[in-house]
Design a protein around this ligand. Structure first.
Ligand code: C5P
Length: 233
């Protein structure tokens, strides 16, 4: 399935495990393409909410999905996602959008339809591409050159998410730490217990627990894994 000439690294893990910030920095340092696939699910979830489309109405959802795909684009360099010419990125980090993304991510036909969109990105990469999400090493790129399951304790993940929300929107009121812990636990449960492409550690994935690592240490640990297991080959 990996047909591009570039290295492909797949990173999966629960919400708030630090995947996006750590992976983005490693890719910047290696001059690789970085793809946060969660943005795709969040963007669809956000537009569905904004339009008042019922996520349980399969026919409406299928119609909307085609419309979305026809008019969306990524700016991978800037880590932005556009729909109908508008940058949706500033709207996507909220807890409500995360919940809606997780709700629609259970729908098998939607996931199937998003597969080629993710796989074709590998052809655009020159040196390497790293994608993060929930099913990258199990479904999207089951033959990735390296698979990583990135995790951290629930308390650490919730603290990081709160800091991220405060950093991105300092003037807004955010959920309490306790509310974030409860939300993450519920979302992780929904993501790992769904029938379609559940969050799971691939049998051949390397686990990277970032609970006790600083951002700089986590970046170094991921980079070392890529250098020792991929780039030396
Ligand atoms: O990674 P992030 O928290 O932004 O993802 C939002 C939601 O999108 C996840 O809770 C998950 O349900 C869904 N998702 C997925 N598969 C991916 C990426 C995200 O199911 N590859």
């Amino acid at each position: 399935m990996v047909k591009s000439g570039a290295w492909v690294v797949a990173v999966d893990g629960p919400a708030g495990s630090g995947k996006s910030s750590i992976c983005a920095e490693v890719c910047r340092e290696l001059d690789w393409v970085y793809v946060n696939t969660g943005l795709l699910y969040r963007a669809i979830g956000y537009v569905i909410m904004a339009r008042g489309i019922d996520a349980n109405d399969q026919q409406a959802l299928a119609l909307f999905l085609e419309e979305f795909i026809a008019e969306f684009s990524w700016d991978l360099q800037a880590k932005k996602i556009y729909w109908q010419g508008s940058d949706l990125s500033p709207e996507l980090s909220s807890v409500a959008v995360g919940n809606q993304a997780s709700a629609i991510a259970k729908i098998g036909f939607l996931r199937e339809r998003l597969l080629p969109l993710q796989r074709e990105l590998a052809f655009k990469a020159v040196n390497g591409i790293l994608l993060d999400g929930r099913d990258i090493s199990t479904v999207v790129f089951p033959d990735a050159h390296l698979k990583i399951f990135m995790t951290a304790s629930l308390a650490v993940r919730a603290e990081r998410r709160l800091l991220q929300l405060q950093r991105e929107k300092p003037r807004e009121q955010h959920p309490s730490l306790a509310a974030l812990i409860a939300n993450m636990e519920a979302r992780d449960k929904q993501d790992s217990q769904r029938g379609a492409a559940p969050l799971a550690k691939a049998a051949d994935a390397v686990e990277l627990d970032t609970s006790s690592l600083s951002f700089v240490q986590a970046v170094a640990a991921l980079k070392k894994l890529i250098e020792s297991r991929v780039l030396k080959n």
